[in-house]
Design a protein. Structure first.
Length: 279
């Protein structure tokens, strides 16, 4: 099975000419637009107008949109209906506003239980949020992928993710972030096998088994040979999205300067060659 390689790029870099040119001239050409924070409507218009010509010409491809996550009233696990409705309305707006990018996948965090909220109640509240989003998800023709997040977050282990997805239509899937398994790093290949039918995208990076380091694959403790083997066993294609930090890519003399997209993308291309050799 051939999977699509991609790079997560934060929203401000994603519209810079140098980043666009380097991405278009690379072998990857596909990216996830990562919001990071909630953009204003004006910002969305400016960014989609900048990116649309590049995408429509086929120079680059937006395979995924990563929705922002700030918690609070914008958290899908909110136990208060009024605040959960705010989250639903903001997500609906973002899905429709970013539709010109042509993405087929949308990544969202599920969130963590509020203080005093049980994990089962957080799961049920999140399910109500995602069920309410199904119409706009289907309207936009995307898969809304719930990200496996760090330990403690709702849906951070397979048992909770299965509860979140129980009875949900196929347009609600999983973004499997291999950097988020915490102390369960050795179980990542088994988790991929267990959840495989609902996985629609991956976030790729490595870590130390404790913190979300977002290192390049191979620089941490994950068993990439087994991970790639399980991914190749999937019966459907998924974007494999590098979500790695830019720290560590700067030569010392450029430590305080902005990241050079050529170095960054070239390093990922070399890493893709290595990972491909493991499959």
């Amino acid at each position: 099975m051939m999977h699509q390689w991609a790079i997560a790029i934060v929203q401000d870099n994603a519209v810079e000419p140098r980043w666009l040119e380097e991405l278009a001239n690379s072998k990857i050409r596909s990216f996830e637009f990562s919001c990071g924070r909630f953009p204003s409507h004006r910002e969305i218009l400016e960014k989609t107008c900048t990116l649309a010509p590049w995408i429509q010409s086929g120079k680059i491809c937006c395979c995924s949109l990563h929705l922002p996550f700030n918690g609070g009233a914008e958290c899908p696990t909110q136990s208060y209906d009024a605040e959960r409705q705010i989250c639903i309305q903001r997500y609906e707006h973002l899905l429709r506003a970013f539709a010109p990018l042509g993405m087929k996948n949308v990544t969202t965090h599920v969130g963590s239980p509020d203080e005093g909220q049980s994990r089962l109640d957080a799961i049920e509240c999140a399910r109500k949020t995602f069920q309410a989003l199904v119409p706009v998800v289907q309207e936009c023709g995307v898969s809304l992928n719930l990200e496996i997040c760090a330990s403690g977050a709702t849906g951070g282990v397979p048992e909770e993710m299965e509860l979140l997805l129980e009875g949900m239509p196929d347009c609600i899937g999983i973004c499997f972030d291999v950097n988020h398994a915490g102390e369960h790093w050795q179980e990542v290949p088994q988790w991929i096998s267990r959840l495989g039918k609902r996985i629609r995208a991956f976030h790729f990076s490595d870590y130390d088994g404790i913190d979300q380091c977002h290192w390049l694959p191979g620089n941490g403790i994950l068993n990439w040979k087994e991970i790639m083997r399980e991914i190749q066993r999937l019966d459907h294609e998924c974007p494999l999205i590098y979500e790695v930090v830019t720290d560590g890519f700067r030569p010392p003399e450029f430590e305080n300067r902005k990241m050079d997209p050529h170095w960054f993308i070239s390093a990922i291309e070399r890493n893709i060659q290595w990972l491909s050799s493991l499959a």
